[in-house]
Design a binder for this molecule. Structure first.
Ligand code: TR5
Length: 144
């Protein structure tokens, strides 16, 4: 097990309920997540790109001037990348291509990073697969 106390920060900008949910979501319970409400537009988000299969929207707690999340509209068991099976290769490829479209749209094609946090040991907090597209500043290496 990975000691998580204080390592995986929860956004202070989230409202209390969302923050509590995020804090509770340190393991893959397989249930609905906040992203289901973003996909259904029950909760508004700042949408950057959308098609029939994926949605890209701005992260509520941006870690760079550009920080967009790209998610499949149908989770289909993909709570995390580690759950991927051969039937997911098409959507996985599409998500990655959309990350590139987002980077172009946001004007960061010359320097951007795509991140997938998988599981508690990587500080995943929402169990619906998502790609982080980050840029608009000099990115450092190695990441934390
Ligand atoms: O930690 P991982 O990799 O699981 O990333 C989850 C991301 O979802 C974090 O970067 C959060 O800031 C982001 N997040 C969480 C919520 C949220 C969001 N982005 C946009 N809108 C959000 N709402 C409305 N509610 C959240 N709880």
């Amino acid at each position: 097990a990975v000691p998580l106390g204080g390592i995986c920060r929860i956004s202070a900008s989230l409202d209390e309920e969302a923050s509590a949910k995020a804090a509770a979501a340190t393991a893959d319970a397989g249930g609905l997540t906040i992203f289901d409400k973003i996909i259904s537009k029950e909760i508004p988000s700042s949408i950057v790109y959308e098609d029939e299969k994926v949605l890209a929207f701005r992260d509520i707690n941006p870690q760079a001037p550009v920080h967009v999340l790209v998610i499949p509209k149908l989770r289909d068991g993909l709570t995390q990348l580690g759950k991927a099976v051969p039937g997911h290769t098409e959507i996985l490829g599409h998500l990655l291509y959309v990350a590139r479209l987002v980077a172009e749209k946001e004007g960061i094609l010359d320097g951007f990073r795509v991140v997938i946090n998988n599981g508690p040991g990587a500080c995943q907090s929402v169990y619906h697969l998502h790609l982080h597209v980050l840029g608009g500043r000099q990115m450092k290496w190695p990441p934390g």
